[in-house]
Design a protein around this ligand. Sequence first.
Ligand code: PMP
Length: 460
Amino acid sequence: MPLIQPLLDCSYPEAARADGVFLYDIEGKRYLDGCSGAVAASIGHGVPEIVEAMQEQASKLAFSYRLQFTNGPAEQLAAELGDAAPGDLDWVFFVNSGSEAMETALKIALQFWEEQDRKDKSGIISRSLSYHGITLGALSMSGHEARRRRFSSLLHDFPIAPPPYCYRCPLGKTYPDCDLACATELETSIRRMGPEHLAAFVAEPIIGAAGGAIVPPDGYFQRVREICDRYDLLLIIDDVMTGVGRTGKMYGIEHWNVVPDIISVGKGLSAGYSPLAATLVSDRVMQTIRDHSGVVMSGHTYSGNPLSCAVGLAVLQYLRDHELVERANRVGVTLGERLRAMAERHPIIGDVRGVGFLWGLELVEDAETHTPYSAEMEISKILRDVAQDLGLLVYPALTGADVRPGDAVMIAPPLTINGHEMDLMFELLEESLNALEEALVASGSVSTALQSEGHEIYGR
Ligand code: PMP
């Protein structure tokens, strides 16, 4: 098989078509998309309005090269994203993936200081649990050991700040008594490294792939903004997973009323219909670059291509027409309540966290002591496989990383999922958890909590 698959020895079902929240393989098996692919397909599959917009744009102008032309869809999408963004984040640079959007953010941050003859401000601080992309710059910023390991010789040690991970506080504290010690620790790290050597602090509003939807406590991002201001660091927010409505706000960082200097978005921006991501930059940063070199040193052949940008515009229109961001906010509360109720029945779920339509279930061997399963066991991937067999897609995430191993799965269906489909998603999830727990019991690897409660699965 010439196609290089993620796991070379794994045979993946072949996707044939998709409609709404369902995908179908070539055997006709149906899968409910409980995680929007990789938290991307936020308006569901096969939406006719998007297909029509693609057809119309493709027949008019599919591609023009950005060093030769500007184009209408790119101009309009940039304006709409800028208008919807907080503060003076008015400038937009288009790329094709979240990784590229983060590379661009990194390069613009360095360029901002370099243009002011402050070349030494070239380091970045990020958090030890984080994922910002697979390209080398984005990976350098990522606190994701499994993805870094092989390339460590080429990577910078940027992820040193502790995550605001209250379920397993890396500093052994409890919120709110901790007085946001994780933010204080960020400040200490900045002082230790010397702010004169640092360009920016980078963070996801909610830690996704490397944390399983870890939501920071209130006050954290406000404190982070103050620290960045105090030490003259740009604040880069990686909204690739959380942006464009996923969490019930257009930009995930808006939950904390903080205005960053740079925001990256991707995934939901094109909702899976075409490769598209963007880096939003503040007026202050762009004016500095404009006043000096006048050129942003990043970009790709397909940056700002009219076809992908037309998709982005159609997705934003669809979100507005169906009030989906508000819906994510409203229905997300119920989604969280139902997941918490489910956790009561399944001691393997140690923590339920999330906002809007982005939720994480942390899987533990012992809920009382928060003891995780061993990393080798890859319990989140087992749950993903069990669920996929039963016709439900969930997103396995790592968590715990440098504190101790940890596993989570994320539940992030399209924002369009209806009540009946939501019920079905919960039925399939319950079945998947039951099947996993049964398998764990059969293999003798089961938490004492599960056994002592005489959990209902034993009767089945
Ligand atoms: N940042 C975040 C927060 C992400 O979740 C991801 C993808 N999971 C990326 C960046 C990288 O995006 P992409 O896979 O589109 O390159």
